[in-house]
Design a protein around this ligand. Structure first.
Ligand code: PEP
Ligand code: MG
Length: 888
């Protein structure tokens, strides 16, 4: 028989899967000899069994009975004993902390008899009746599902009647009356009297905690925090200790160090004569923890001693909850404390300085996601802040602009150069153009996986969503805050996509210190946060096996990437180089009727391309630069089919057709495709448009020769996109080899490598063949994801990903974080098969996933040589590649 119930003494902190975070850490503290009230844990397996069939698993009730008997024996009291009752708290606690999401029932064991016993044993009648009314209230709402406002209303009514300001003004007689009233409410709303049997109370409270795993708010929280739905919660049953038995008792929270910096010191809050829920409810003002020294020096000294023990044991900043019952200190909870990104870096550094951990462990305690947060501009802490409300920080950054309430206005105002924040109840695909135009997006509905959040993150737009306190009235072009303030169209607001805060007026924005450091504007010792980040980067660079390159199409981006630590360019997309003034040349190439016409267009493009490449090779001198030949369908460079058709039709009706337009329209029609992403693009262009790839290859090789002649160290790599078959690759390879021979004859030998993108499933599967000819691979995981899932990458995120995320089909967009099971398998197969043919095959990745922490760990595992990502993600990739190497 598997045991579902575990004594605190039988667990430890590493059993969070089974015992939940709270249970595992209570067990750990018990075994450290710290003063934890005795108790036991009903594990997550029992919860999962309960949730799968809706009844407690066989044997659980008996097991609880055995552990309860042991607890009673230790305490020398019986649960609910009429003379001197043992009372217990029934608390939830899942593997990952879900603050406030699940239920807790305190004071279990009180009934019409034992309340007298508690009064007698405590010598405090008022306290006994207050505890009983709290049980009725919590049991009523949590176990019996009665709206807690029902109880609140009666309590408030009584207070008003007695002229009482706070709960503590109520007398014993008042509380007795309240207990009677609450019992009536229970019977009235649930159709049954409040259960007097203590064991029944306990069993029903346990089941209610299990059930609370699946409340709507708990499910929503899990989706947003990417916590799996099938973990279940453990339940801790722990002997009650009371902080509400007068002066000399109280409850508090504390950190073992400064949660912002990691510095030693005393940090926390204390509330005299109170229970935990009073602290949370903010009923009275708490005292700084240091005041406890004056109130109760013995308990204070004991608390400091315990904090030192926890620090030494966990080797990290911990947060704790404690209660003092008549001068006796009890530990109710501890865990490695949550922290902000700044604090994570600072604390890690402080712990290294104090010799608690080494640099490797410090690196494991910070993440690329935290570093990314530190790289966004922030609202200036010293600026003027008029907080309107706080919603959910859905896409980081700091945006200031005029409030607008529809997309058309957002676009129109942005077009005349104004910064706008688009405010909507929620967004839908029709809002897309407004979201593109806005500096920030604010919604009153929806969570972190709502349309607004998903799309904003995809575009890197600042977004706050689910700001429920806002009543958005798009037709009146205004929103109202609960406190009555109204913001009209055109009023300035500021939104913080990291914290979720929304401010009235323009808050000053300051650039990230960390970015300024990476840019070379701030030395590492300018500030201790900068120093902490810099030290983590140094360690990561020393540890990592994978190189980090950048995706950059301009010399400026290349130079920035280099300052941010990029060791080359993994993807230089060349299509952007054919826009603007040069679009006409591409059009000429497409519509040219003769070879000579095509040749002329290519010759005009050649020197422009050569100049582009020279600049980029110069910015990345000494590092490899992978230049991808043109990829997108050519019609992207031609006028829009509908617009041109209308223009020609109108001209025809006037009898004045422009011959050029007519020819152009024929070509636009010819090149029009239903599914351009699956059409004439990538290597297919190289095969079908004579001279195009050759011109690009010549421009690259001549640029390299120029750089070499100028004393540089150019390392160009020519990359062919969208290859599916080795035959395709070999066809264009032949043409490029011919060009290379010509350039060599003219300019002398220039070194280069010729390789391919792997971005079609067929290429991954047949990588062994492709590697016969290709000298390197770069996984284009954007297309590989699109082609593997059959998702149009330009459409699906905005149209139906929110629904997919809501339904748990995936926890995160596969365009954001690699689908390791599917697309990742192709990356693995492609790498293995490619290296089977060519053992020294150099393999990297240049899709967006190259900058995503979880994906980077996967690529490190597969054995890729490098990741390539946008310049701003380069530090994140360096950090994560270092962490991945330490974990290998
Ligand atoms: C890719 O497909 O992953 C890639 C990097 O190329 P692009 O995004 O330009 O298609
Ligand atoms: Mg691609």
């Amino acid at each position: 028989m598997t045991a579902f119930v575990h004594d605190f003494a039988d667990g430890d902190k590493d059993q969070k899967d089974l015992l939940g975070g709270k249970g595992a850490n209570l067990a750990e503290m018990t075994n450290l000899g710290l003063p934890v009230p005795p108790g036991f844990i009903i594990d997550t397996e029992a919860c999962r069994a309960y949730l799968s069939v809706g009844t407690v698993p066989a044997g659980l009730a008996e097991e609880i009975g055995v552990h309860l008997a042991a607890l009673e024996q230790r305490m020398g009291k019986r649960l609910g004993d009429p003379d001197d009752p043992l009372l217990v708290a029934v608390r939830s606690g899942a593997k990952f902390s879900m603050p406030g999401m699940m239920e807790t029932v305190l004071n279990v064991g009180l009934n019409d008899d034992s309340v007298h016993g508690l009064a007698a044993s405590s010598g405090d009648e008022r306290f006994a009746w207050d505890s009983y009314r709290r049980l009725l209230q919590m049991f009523g709402s949590t176990v019996l599902g009665i709206d807690s406002a029902v109880f609140g209303k009666v309590l408030d009514g009584l207070k008003a009647d007695r002229g009482a300001h706070v709960d503590t003004d109520l007398t014993t007689a008042d509380l007795r009356e309240l207990v009677a009233a609450f019992q009536e409410l229970v019977e009235q709303h649930s159709g049954q009297p409040f259960p007097q049997d203590p064991r029944e109370q306990l069993d029903r409270a346990v089941a209610a905690v299990f059930d609370s795993w699946n409340t709507d708010r708990a499910r929503l929280y899990r989706r947003q925090d990417r916590i799996p739905d099938d973990l279940g919660t453990a339940v801790t049953v722990i002997a009650m200790v009371f902080g509400n038995c007068g002066a000399g008792s109280g409850t508090g929270v504390a950190f073992t160090r400064d949660p912002a910096t990691g510095a030693h010191g005393v940090y926390g809050d204390y509330l005299e004569n109170a229970q935990g829920e009073d602290v949370v409810a903010g009923i009275r003002n708490t005292l700084p923890l240091a005041d406890l020294e004056r109130l109760d020096p013995t308990s204070y000294a004991e608390l400091l001693r315990i904090m030192a023990v926890l620090e030494e044991h966990y080797r990290d900043m911990c947060d704790i909850e404690f209660t003092i019952e008549r001068g006796k200190l009890w530990m109710l909870q501890t865990r490695v404390g949550k922290r902000t990104p700044e604090a994570a870096f600072r604390i890690a550094r402080t712990l290294v300085e104090q010799g608690v951990i080494d640099a490797d462990e410090a690196l494991q305690r910070v993440t690329g996601a935290q570093l990314a947060q530190l790289m966004f501009p922030r609202f200036d802490a010293a600026g003027v802040h008029d907080l309107l409300t706080t919603g959910m920080g859905a896409s980081p950054g700091a945006a200031v602009g005029k409030a607008v309430f529809d997309s058309a206005t957002a676009v129109a105002w942005a077009a005349r150069g104004e910064d706008v924040v688009l405010v909507r109840k929620e967004t839908n695909p029709d809002d897309l153009h407004g979201m593109v135009a806005a500096a920030g997006i604010l919604t009153s509905h929806g969570g972190k996986t709502s349309h607004a959040a998903v799309v904003a993150r995809g575009m890197g737009r600042t977004c706050v969503c689910g700001a429920e306190a806002l009543d958005v009235d798009a037709s009146a072009r205004q929103f109202t805050v609960r406190d009555g303030r109204t913001v009209h169209e055109g009023d300035l607001i500021s939104v913080d996509g990291t914290t979720g805060e929304v401010f009235l007026g323009a808050v000053e924005v300051s650039p990230s210190l960390i970015v300024r450091h990476f840019e070379g504007e701030l030395p590492a010792d300018a500030d201790n946060l900068v120093a902490a980040v810099s030290e983590a980067m140094t360690r990561a660079d020393a540890a990592r096996r994978m190189r980090v390159r950048a995706n950059a199409d301009t010399a400026e981006d290349a130079a920035r990437a280099r300052r941010f630590g990029a060791e080359g360019i993994g993807l230089c997309r060349t299509e952007h180089m054919f826009l603007g003034d040069r679009r006409q040349l591409v059009e000429d190439l497409i519509v040219a009727e003769s070879t000579a016409g095509q040749q002329a267009a290519l010759e005009a493009l050649l020197p422009l391309q050569r100049q582009d490449f020279t600049e980029i090779l110069e910015a990345m001198d000494g590092f490899p630069v992978t230049i991808r030949l043109i990829d997108p369908p050519l019609h992207e460079f031609l006028p829009n089919l509908t617009e041109l058709s209308v223009k020609v039709a109108l001209a025809e009706s006037r009898g004045a057709v422009d011959e050029h337009d007519r020819v152009l329209l024929d070509h636009v029609r010819r090149l029009h495709e239903q599914n351009p992403m699956l059409g004439l693009r990538g290597v297919r262009l190289g095969i079908l448009i004579p001279g195009l790839f050759e011109m690009q290859a010549r421009a690259i090789l001549e640029a390299a020769a120029d750089r070499r002649d100028a004393g540089g160290d150019p390392q160009p790599e020519i990359m062919i996109p969208l290859v599916a078959s080795v035959r395709e690759f070999e066809m264009v390879q032949r043409h490029i080899l011919t060009v290379a021979e010509e350039v060599t004859a003219e300019r002398g030998e220039v070194g280069y490598r010729l390789g391919t993108m792997i971005e079609l499933p067929r290429a991954a599967v047949l990588a062994d063949r492709i590697a016969r000819s290709a000298e390197f691979f770069s996984f284009g995981t954007n297309d590989l994801t699109q082609m593997t899932w059959g998702f149009s990458r330009d459409d699906v995120e905005a149209s139906f990903f929110a629904t997919y995320l809501d339904n748990g089909i995936f926890d995160v967009s596969p365009f954001e974080s690699l689908d390791t099971l599917g697309v990742g398998a192709l990356v693995k197969i492609g790498t293995e098969r490619g290296r089977a043919t060519r053992p020294d095959l150099h393999v990297g990745v240049c899709g967006e996933h190259g900058g995503d922490p979880a994906s980077i760990h996967f690529f490190a595992e597969v054995g890729l040589d490098y990741v390539s990502c946008s310049p701003y993600r380069v530090p994140v990739a360096r950090l994560e590649a270092g962490r991945a190497a330490l974990g290998e």
